[in-house]
Design a protein. Structure first.
Length: 368
């Protein structure tokens, strides 16, 4: 329905889709799913996968039952299962000549600005190399994710920080129903959600799965994040073969439509900082470049005011003390002080290490 127009897609796979109730990997399912991914890549789309399954596979390998596991035991089991999970992906995806990588994140990583910027740049670089990042929650250090099943929200945060066009949540239900379809045959599938109101919240019920720790409530929370990030989100049944192909054919699923554009969402986030950490004063050439949609380079910086760290919100002012932009800095104030007025090619020699060429990249810069 919508997928044809999307460029960057995040797909979240729940434990109940990837493994059976005994914790054994569904080899045929992943083989068919890899064909979906290959099809998207051949259309020049970028794909990021957020995958559960480490604890489930660890339990199966160690002969431990999932139910009743304490958090610290779950973390140890996840450390074993993580290797099994990535081997499963690698062996399957290699058959379709799909290169993969692993990224371990927690929800906290995506909500701390500096960490989220680093995560975004890593993922963007992998996508540019035509490598599919497979993001797993870092179960060995996270506790809330395991206990409350926040992998849906983690996927939404990943979609948000990389500026994805769409998040696909593959679940064990066809979408959002007016009641639990496993208990009520009269229930109706909601095909499109424009706004999450009290009625939509009321429909959110817990899913019934041995290994999956989330439910419809966490999917609704994920939808809220996506809607306010300018990102489409769809809940679909992943138990079918080639589930993405079925979504494209507009089979049973629930679409959550964005409430704002991606650009507006990012602008609101950057401009919305009530307390910028500092400011840089730039020359007229830099002002002109910013007005033309360019990045802020060190050569145009004349002066630094305040103290700030990499990833902080800072103001950009002209030499008449008029604010012309604000954004997220790629350098600390100490580093900017050293490289101001210099050509980007000299940054490595000045600082002694390689870094970005821009003080503020155009994607992190908003004119005001």
């Amino acid at each position: 329905m919508y997928i044809d127009k999307f460029k960057k897609i995040v797909i979240k796979i729940g434990s109940s889709i990837l493994v059976d109730n005994k914790g054994k990997p569904k080899k045929i399912w992943l083989k068919e799913f890899s064909k979906d991914v290959k099809n998207l890549l051949q259309q020049k789309k970028q794909v990021v996968i957020v995958s559960s399954g480490a604890i489930a596979m660890g339990c199966e390998y160690l002969g431990i039952k999932k139910n009743g596991l304490k958090v610290d035991k779950s973390q140890a089991v996840a450390a074993v299962g993580q290797i099994k999970l990535m081997d499963f992906y690698k062996n399957t995806f290699n058959k379709n000549k799909i290169e993969i990588s692993q990224i371990l994140l927690t929800l906290d990583d995506t909500e701390r600005r500096r960490r989220s910027i680093n995560a975004r740049r890593t993922i963007d670089n992998l996508l540019a190399m035509e490598i599919v990042p497979i993001v797993n929650e870092n179960d060995t250090t996270a506790t809330t994710e395991i206990k409350y099943g926040d992998n849906d929200r983690l996927a939404a945060r990943v979609a948000q920080i990389i500026g994805a066009d769409c998040l696909i949540l593959l679940s064990d239900v066809d979408g959002l129903y007016t009641n639990n379809p496993k208990k009520n045959k009269e229930t109706k599938l909601i095909k499109t959600v424009k706004e999450i109101d009290e009625n939509i919240k009321k429909y959110a019920t817990k899913t019934e799965s041995v290994y999956g720790s989330g439910g419809m409530k966490t999917k609704i929370e994920a939808a809220k994040i996506c809607q306010l990030s300018g990102c489409y989100m769809v809940i679909a049944n992943g138990n079918y073969k080639n589930p993405v192909r079925k979504i494209i054919k507009n089979q049973k699923c629930t679409w959550f439509l964005p409430r704002v554009s991606k650009l507006d969402a990012r602008k609101q986030w950057i401009i919305g900082s009530v307390a910028p950490k500092g400011e840089v004063v730039v020359d007229q050439g830099a002002v002109k470049a910013i007005n033309n949609g360019k990045s802020l380079l060190p050569a145009g910086v004349k002066k630094i005011n305040g103290s700030f760290e990499k990833g902080d919100h800072i103001l950009v002012k002209d030499q008449n003390d008029i604010e012309c932009a604000r954004g997220l800095t790629s350098f600390s104030s100490i580093e900017v002080e050293k490289i101001k007025g210099s050509h980007s090619s000299k940054i490595k020699n000045i600082l002694g290490y390689s870094s970005r060429e821009e003080i503020i990249h155009k994607d992190d810069l908003v004119k005001v």
